[in-house]
Design a binder for this molecule. Structure first.
Ligand code: SF4
Length: 379
């Protein structure tokens, strides 16, 4: 297991769970039923809760959705969150029945356009505080505050998201409301990584909810999300996560199972992208393996690499062992030494330089030779 370091975020209680401040990273999901169909929504909230969801989000887009909440609340022990859409005043109707309110800074402009956004946020924060609710400031690449967009170059999608999130944190803090988390979501995992890294650098104290929007169907949707989470969680960033998948309604708990699998893999060093855990010791990572593995010997090899390299444990060197030629060649570029496995040979790399392809039974001595050189060169 890798000792995952975590950012020193504030503790934020959401119903019966707490995120931040070193608490376990909570997996979240969302119901996909019609909220007014109370029986179906309760059944799905319970299925997600049973799968281990720390928080279950319910879509509330109208007064009739809001009117269904008391019955839903009565039917499930899940911690419930809702999204406030354009109509932020709906907060008053929903807050008594849920544990968390999420608002999107980019949505506060539509209703009452002459009223300053600060007043609207103050209203939501007051409602949250008086109903024992946590909050999430949910910034989304597709709906960024237009006033922020104007201030950045057209091709800079990260600057406006970041500025908007930071501005809202500042306001909430000044109002004395600190029981909130922030999310910065995009459909491009690379942007998710960058925007969350930059936010965490500016506000290491604010808990982050991680997610990649419109990730799509499994397995691709899970892979996209996994890569973003690997790069963030390995660096201590992230207190709660959602894996958004396009799956049939009955399969929604798959989102929780996927999130839990990704979190367990990151903690065990089973990663698809080369991850720097910020360690000052040897970092051996191997991909979690999937149907693309062409030679089962990969699994055994990953184990042998771990054992053989144990002598180098005090050196800050990253060795990556990847299971296939689809992902292996690209993903090993960032490792000090990389191995990617083909059907009959294992390819050895030193960062992006190729050192050759070797039969499975000849790779370990070759790796040892290169590792010794690397250690010698650093001495
Ligand atoms: S490196 Fe290849 S085998 Fe390993 S998880 Fe990625 S795609 Fe699958």
């Amino acid at each position: 297991m890798v000792e995952l370091k975590r950012n020193p975020t504030r503790a934020v209680r959401i119903g019966s769970i707490t995120i931040g401040a070193g608490h376990p990273i909570a997996a979240q999901s969302m119901t996909a039923t019609h909220t007014t169909d109370v029986a179906a929504t309760v059944a799905q909230a319970n299925a997600l809760h049973a799968a281990g969801a720390g928080v279950v989000r319910i879509a509330v887009d109208s007064r009739s959705d809001a009117a269904a909440l008391p019955a839903i609340r009565a039917g499930t022990p899940a911690n419930l969150a809702i999204d406030l859409q354009e109509n932020y005043r709906l907060a008053v109707d929903v807050a008594p029945h849920v544990d968390k309110l999420r608002y999107n800074p980019g949505h506060l402009y539509h209703h009452e356009p002459t009223k300053p956004w600060q007043e609207k946020v103050r209203f939501i924060a007051d409602v949250a505080a008086s109903n024992d609710c946590a909050m999430r400031v949910g910034v989304n690449c597709g709906s960024v505050d237009p006033a922020k967009k104007e201030k950045f170059a057209e091709d800079d999608s990260i600057g406006p998201m970041l500025a908007s999130a930071l501005e809202h944190c500042e306001l909430l803090d000044s109002l004395g409301f600190t029981r909130y988390a922030v999310s910065l979501k995009d459909s491009d995992p690379k942007k998710v990584i960058e925007v969350n890294r930059r936010f965490a650098e500016a506000r290491p104290d604010v808990p982050l909810h991680l997610g990649v929007t419109e990730a799509g169907m499994p397995p691709d949707g899970i892979i996209k999300t996994r890569i973003a989470f690997e790069q963030l969680i390995s660096r201590g960033i992230g207190d709660t996560v959602r894996v958004s998948l396009t799956v049939p309604n009955a399969d929604k708990p798959e989102e929780i199972a996927a999130a839990q699998a990704i979190l367990a893999d990151i903690a065990a060093g089973r990663v698809r992208s080369v991850v720097d855990y910020g360690l000052s010791s040897l970092n051996i990572i191997s991909c979690p393996s999937c149907s693309r593995v062409e030679n089962e010997a990969f699994i055994e090899l990953a184990k042998q690499v771990k054992e053989m390299t144990a002598y180098a444990k005090d050196h800050a060197i990253t060795i990556a062992v990847m299971g296939c030629r689809v992902n292996g060649p690209g993903e090993t570029d960032d490792a000090d030494l990389g191995l990617w496995c083909g059907p009959t040979h294992v390819n050895l790399k030193k960062r992006s330089a190729e050192l050759g392809a070797f039969p499975y039974d000849a790779i370990l001595p070759k790796l040892r030779e290169e590792l010794d050189k690397l250690i010698g060169g650093r001495a």
